[in-house]
Design a protein around this ligand. Structure first.
Ligand SMILES: *Cc1c(COP(=O)(O)O)cnc(C)c1O
Length: 473
């Protein structure tokens, strides 16, 4: 492809993107294809000779798009959002064009220095103490793994990094039953063994009970375990439950245990002063992660990881083979030493575009709007005699259909599974579920960048109609 052709195709694709966003409500939110349907339509072998871009683009529209679940649809209410935005798209397009590999300062000084600066912006926007330093990771899973490995090294004087885990007493990590599965994955990857992840019970709000945490740690010490770290969920994945950070921090500091805060989703809401209570006690935490790629209009992937002890992080991950030695080693930030991967994308560019193009005030308005939409929906559900609201936290509403007279848990669970499947098959919205106790509940997250109150209220009408028609045909 030459420059002229690139210009022509590039313009055509930007036009397509614009009309995609204009008409996004017309696409079925959740892809309706069956397993294997896309695979079967793709050629069995790579072409020997190049094909014209028109044909490739045509196949993109005809084969790929039907197999896409539209995460940017305002009626995408499943999981948590992974929001894109136009400024982010443009920033990412430029980053792709530069194609820089930003492993160290020398390989693109602007990438390293912009990252350092936007992490300061984010830290201050969220109200994190200035003692924290930030670095962009691909995902929260990676950040949490980095946190736990750093904790392990710091606690054991960097001995495991040199000699493996053979000389250590078994180490233990603690989190609530509601904490994200990435904690268990990290514990497995780093060689602690998943049985050394201790799941602590939760209260009626699904938040960790600090007195149980204290008990578990003290018992483990008596038994000869080494308590390594506690992970606090500020916004659990099921219900956006908020663990009591200050009380957990107290337990941690009493026993010299690392405190990592997983605010992957809810962290974005910290730009709103009225939600800063969620991180009361943060000055006593050791690390904190949140994902701008979820609710802060920045395309996947972009995870913001903050640590108090920058030296411990770098000491844990630094490597210096001959071929990576430069004249600036030790003088600048070489982010390859701040995490797992060597190669790094230029992620700070899209984040900078987003933060500048929206501005903090506009971002606050968008988030507050999402929260108020969820609260309005929550009221409607509470008022309806055939529906039951369980929890509403930030912009997530957990609820179920509970027609008059139906009390039996199994049949209610079955009914709500049917309702969810019918709604998702309609293409009009996409919802997922969680369990609260034994009850299956539907989760509706009103959080896509462009979602409006009208979108959600229309969906609420469809939910009621679909529920009433269940079992009628
Ligand atoms: C989404 C989420 C994660 C995992 O995020 P990734 O960036 O996909 O690894 C971890 N913890 C919580 C609370 C989450 O909501």
């Amino acid at each position: 492809m030459n420059i002229e052709e690139f210009k022509k195709q590039g313009h055509a694709m930007v036009d397509w993107i614009a009309s995609y966003y204009e008409n996004i409500r017309d696409y079925p939110v959740k892809s309706q294809v069956k397993p294997g349907e896309i695979f079967g339509q793709i050629a069995n072998k790579a072409p020997e000779h190049g094909e014209p871009m028109e044909r490739i683009f045509q196949d993109f529209k005809e084969i790929i798009i039907p197999g896409i679940t539209h995460w940017q649809s305002p009626n995408f209410y499943a999981y948590f959002p992974a929001n894109a935005s136009f400024p982010s798209l443009l920033g990412d397009m430029l980053a792709s064009a530069l194609g820089s590999q930003c492993m160290i300062w020398d390989t693109s000084p602007a990438a390293a220095e912009l990252e350092e600066k936007v992490m300061i912006w984010l830290r201050d926007m969220l109200g994190l103490p200035a003692i924290f330093t930030g670095v962009i990771q691909d995902t929260a899973s990676t950040a949490t793994l980095c946190a736990l490995i750093t904790a392990r090294e710091k606690l054991n004087d960097y001995e495991p990094n040199s000699n493996g885990l053979f000389n250590n007493r078994p180490m233990r990590v603690y989190c609530s039953e509601e904490t994200h599965s990435s904690v268990e994955k990290a514990v497995k990857i780093m060689g602690l063994g998943k049985h050394n992840l201790v799941k602590i019970g939760v209260d009626e709000k699904m938040a960790l009970k600090p007195e149980l945490l204290k008990q578990a740690i003290e018992e483990d010490i008596k038994k000869g375990y080494q308590p390594l770290a506690v992970v606090a969920a500020i916004g659990s994945t099921g219900t956006v439950a908020i663990d009591p950070l200050a009380a957990m921090a107290k337990v941690c500091s009493d026993h010299g245990v690392w405190l990592h805060v997983d605010a992957a989703y809810a962290g974005s809401a910290l730009i709103l002063e009225e939600y800063r209570w969620m991180i009361e006690g943060i000055e006593d935490a050791d690390s904190f992660v949140f994902n701008p790629h979820k609710w802060l209009m920045t395309n996947f992937d972009c995870s913001a990881y903050f640590v108090k002890d920058e030296q411990a992080l770098v000491k844990t991950f630094s490597i210096l083979p001959e071929y990576l030695k430069t004249n600036t080693t030790g003088v600048v930030k070489d982010y390859r030493d701040w995490g797992i991967q060597l190669g790094r994308r230029f992620r700070s560019l899209k984040l900078w575009f987003v933060l500048r193009s929206y501005g903090v005030e506009e971002m606050k308005t968008i988030l507050r709007n999402h929260i108020s939409i969820a609260e309005k929906l929550s009221e409607k559900i509470t008022e309806h005699k055939d529906f039951e609201e369980f929890t509403t936290s930030l912009n997530l509403v957990c609820f179920r259909y509970k027609p008059d007279g139906e009390e039996e848990v199994e049949s209610l669970n079955h009914l709500n599974k049917q309702l969810m499947d019918a709604l998702n098959a309609s293409g009009k919205m996409y919802l997922t579920h969680t369990k609260i106790g034994d009850n299956m509940v539907l989760r509706l997250v009103a959080g896509q960048t462009h979602v409006t109150e009208e979108d959600v209220m229309d969906s609420w009408d469809i939910i009621q109609e679909t529920a009433t028609s269940l079992g009628r045909d």
